[in-house]
Every structure is written in C-alpha cells, then in structure tokens.
Design a protein around this ligand. Structure first.
Ligand code: UD1
Ligand code: CA
Length: 456
C-alpha cells in the first residue's frame, strides 16, 4: 500500500504564522502524529505532500524525514492537485491510502478496515454521521444507497446540507485508476480548487463501486481547521491518554486536568493530582504520588517517592522514597539517591545528592556531590560560578551545614564536618571538625536609634 499524507495547506483559519500541520498537539507537530500512524501500517511507501511554509515544515520534521518521500506542492490548488504531485512517487501497490495532515487522531484499526474495503478495486471513503456536519463535505447517495458523489459544504444546496453523513477526507483508492481520475478533475467550484473528493463521482461514472467505512470512534476523524478545533483535538487526545493510564491502574484525580506531551510510564498505585504536565519520557515507579500542578520533563522517579505540589523537575533522576517539594526545582543533571528530602524553594542542578540527605529550605546546590545523611541548612548556596567558569563543590557523608552558608567552589567539606551557620567557606574544611567563618557578635551598649529631624 501507498500512504499519501496531504499537508500542504496553509491553514488560513488558524490565523498563525506557523503552518497548520506544525501546530503542536500533545507537544509535537500535528503532522508527526499522522506519520506515527502511517508507519504503523507498514506501507511500501509514505509520501507527504508539503507546501505552505515548506522549509519550516522540513526543519520541524527533521526527526521524521527517514523513510518518507517529501513532495512539494508549490501552489496549493486543492486536495486533488496535492495528490497529483505525489503520483510520480507512488509504488504500484494496489491501494493508495490518503490521510490528511489535519486529521491527526485516526487509529490504525480504522484505517486497516478501510483499506480492506478498497482491496478489491473499490474506492473506500471513511465517513461518519455527525450531529453538526457544518464545514465538512457531504456524502451523497443514490436511493439505492450507492455513493454517487461528495459535495463540499460551500458547493452544497440546502437539501444537501441536511445530509449528516460527512467525508472525513480519508480515502483508500485503487492506485491504477488514480492518474486517470486526477487528470479528469476540474476546479469549477466555489473555491476554484481541484477537489480530491470529486474522484468519487468519476469512479461512479466508470462503474467503480464506492463504499463507505466508519471509524471505531467518532473522535478519530475530528479535523483541525482553527484553534478551537485544535483545542478540542488536544483535549480528546489527552482524554484518551488519561483513560489508558487509568485502565492500567493509575489514579488520576481529574482526567480532564492532565497533560501528557510525550510518554508517561507508570508503575502500580501511582497517583497524579490535577494540573500536572508530563513531557518527553517520564517514568514513575510504584506508589509514586505527584501533587497538584507539577511539571515533569524527561525524569525517572523511583518507587514510593512523593512529589508535593508546584514542583518543576527536568532531565533528572530521582531515587526511591524521596520527598520532593512543594515548590522544588530539579534542573538538568540532578540525581537523587533514596530517601532524600528536597524542600520548598530548593534548586538542584547537575548534582548528585546521596541517600538520606536533606536540603529542605531555600537553597541552591549546583555542580556538587552531596554524600549520604548530609543535612544542608536553610538558605545554603553553592557559589559554583566565578563569572567565567563553573566549579565543583563536594560535601562528604554525614556533613551538617548550618543555615545561611555560602560554599565557594571549588571546595570540599570533609566527612562528618560541621559548618557553622552564616559561614562563607572558601577553603576545604577538615573532616569531623566544626568550621565557621563568622564576624564575632558585638554589642554597642547605650547606642540610640536615630530619630527623624523635626520631631522633639
Ligand atoms: C476536506 C474535504 C472535505 C472533508 C474535510 C474533512 C476536500 C475538497 N474536502 O475539506 O470533504 O469533509 O476535509 O476534514 O478534500 N491540502 C493540501 N494541498 C492543497 C489543499 C489542501 O495538501 O492544495 C491539505 C491540507 O493541508 C489539509 C488537507 O489537505 O491537511 C485538507 O485540506 P483543507 O483545506 O483543510 O480541506 P477542508 O476544507 O477541511
Ligand atoms: Ca481540514
């Protein structure tokens, strides 16, 4: 089979500089979703007809260029004209399946059923009965039930507009008839475009039977022409993802308030509160709970870890039974062992924090190695950047760092050392000893506060 994806349209109704097929859906270009589905069908050839914003489309799709023939439609003269551009690149497989870049939710099973219908030289159209068919092409059938043509809404008279069976755009066609049918299209219609939908009437003329097949779910054929429809498709996709996770046993407190923009893999008894966004590859171990409004991107979270609300974690590894947040931030390269506590307004970057250590309040730890059972007091800062280069801080096992300490890297705090609160540590501190750098406290006795002038 050939698969041709029509993706050249500008998408005027999106009112955006970004070509329509690049508008993001679950964090990826809409077209990328269609290509994933196309690949699952394992066709002999996949052709994408692109056009509007061509360079931008190729650049954005660079990760998906392999195994796809990209055909440019320099001028967007209609869906029939678009398919014509792909003709020289098609394989002689009996069936050519046409997908639309702006109908991204269609499922493989639905397409397989459609292709099967077309297998014996028929033309198969994916149709659906819609309560509100406005905007879609209508399927016109003869009294016998045979499909005779498709009429675009703009070209339809009042009676035709009453028809609720609509064209989803997706069709499976006999490859050997295509060249002839496409050459017979004209643009004598409201939009002066060469409509692919007109091949249905040509097939009828030629005695080729046109049949209809329906998607398993109506949502599969939702089209995206404006931002309202884009949002509707996004919600549907997110609902599908939430449903899949819930059926796997994940507790999602409100499945209408979760966003997965990538892959989310969950163990048993995972619980996710409202308003969380998961991007890239996220793995949550058994019994992980994620509080409200967390953002997790490319992270692995170990079993039993609790992430409290409003935490932001990216490109990090988190061990088992940790307490993270609320309001914690793990930046790229944060690597936490087991039973680690990271509290509110704590930022960890490119650092390893080992088992049982606690950094509970208002601290910055960057480019550091923090050993086991370390306690870092509130407001501690690793001064890792000298304005030109980054330096490492090493805090060995069983260290206690008092609150409000600055550790000026490169520096090592030895095993079991204690650092007095308020210190600025610029040299390595010996293991097991108390080190502090603090101006001695003085009292000026009899000192009077200044008073405002003019007040007696
Ligand atoms: C199309 C169908 C309509 C169907 C609807 C379903 C036609 C004539 N109409 O209408 O029957 O109900 O989809 O969603 O086919 N494209 C190109 N080159 C072009 C024009 C369009 O590649 O010259 C691509 C677009 O990028 C898009 C797809 O074809 O992915 C559909 O084009 P669009 O203009 O959105 O057609 P609709 O008006 O939605
Ligand atoms: Ca459309």
């Amino acid at each position: 089979m050939n698969v041709v994806v029509l993706a050249a349209g500008r998408g005027t109704r999106m009112r955006s500089e970004l070509p329509k097929v690049l508008q993001p859906l679950a964090g990826r270009p809409m077209l990328a979703h269609v290509l994933v589905t196309a690949r699952l069908l394992a066709p002999q050839r996949i052709c994408v007809v692109y056009g509007y914003g061509g360079e931008q489309v190729l650049a954005a799709m660079s990760m998906a260029l392999d195994g796809v023939t990209w055909v440019e439609q320099a001028q967007q003269l209609g869906t029939g004209h678009a398919l014509m551009q792909a003709m020289p690149h098609l394989n002689n497989a009996p069936v050519t399946l046409v997908l639309y870049g702006d109908v991204p939710l269609v499922q493989v099973d639905t397409l397989r059923a459609l292709v099967e219908q077309a297998a014996r030289g028929k033309l198969a159209v994916l149709t659906v009965d819609m309560a509100q068919p406005a905007g879609y092409g209508r399927i016109v059938r003869a009294p016998s039930g045979v499909i005779v043509r498709i009429v675009e809404e703009r070209d339809a008279d009042a009676v035709t507009r009453e028809i609720v069976e609509v064209n989803t755009g997706i069709m499976a066609l006999p490859t050997n008839k295509l060249a002839d049918w496409l050459s017979r299209l004209n643009n004598d219609n409201q939009q002066n475009e060469y409509y692919l939908t007109d091949v249905v009437a040509l097939a009828a003329e030629d005695g080729v039977v046109a049949v209809a097949s329906q998607p398993t779910h109506e949502w599969e054929v939702m089209g995206v022409n404006d931002k309202v429809q884009l949002a509707a498709v996004e919600r549907q996709l997110q609902w599908n993802c939430a449903e899949r996770l819930m059926l796997q046993g994940v507790t999602i407190l409100d499945p209408t308030r979760i966003d997965v923009r990538g892959n989310l893999q969950c163990g048993r008894d995972v619980s996710i509160d409202v308003g969380c966004v998961f991007s890239g590859e996220v793995v949550l171990g058994d019994d992980v709970s994620v509080g409200a409004c967390c953002v997790l991107r490319d992270v692995v979270i170990g079993a039993g870890t609790r992430i409290a609300p409003f935490s932001h974690l990216e490109h990090s590894q988190v061990g088992a039974n940790n307490h993270i947040g609320p309001y914690a931030r793990l930046r790229p390269g944060a690597e936490l062992g087991n039973s680690v506590h990271i509290g509110n307004f704590v930022e960890i970057k490119n650092s390893r924090v080992d088992d049982g250590s606690k950094i509970n309040h208002l601290s910055y730890v960057g480019d550091s190695m923090v050993g086991k059972r370390v306690n870092i007091g509130a407001g501690t800062i690793t001064c890792n950047y000298d304005g030109a280069n980054k330096h490492r801080t090493v805090i060995e096992d069983d260290v206690f760092v008092g609150s409000g300490t600055e550790l000026v890297a490169p520096v090592t705090v030895g095993t079991g050392a204690t650092v007095g609160a308020g210190s600025t540590i610029t040299r390595d501190t010996p293991a097991g000893e108390l080190t502090l750098s603090r101006v001695r406290q003085v009292t000026i006795s009899g000192w009077k506060r200044p008073v405002k002038k003019g007040i007696e």
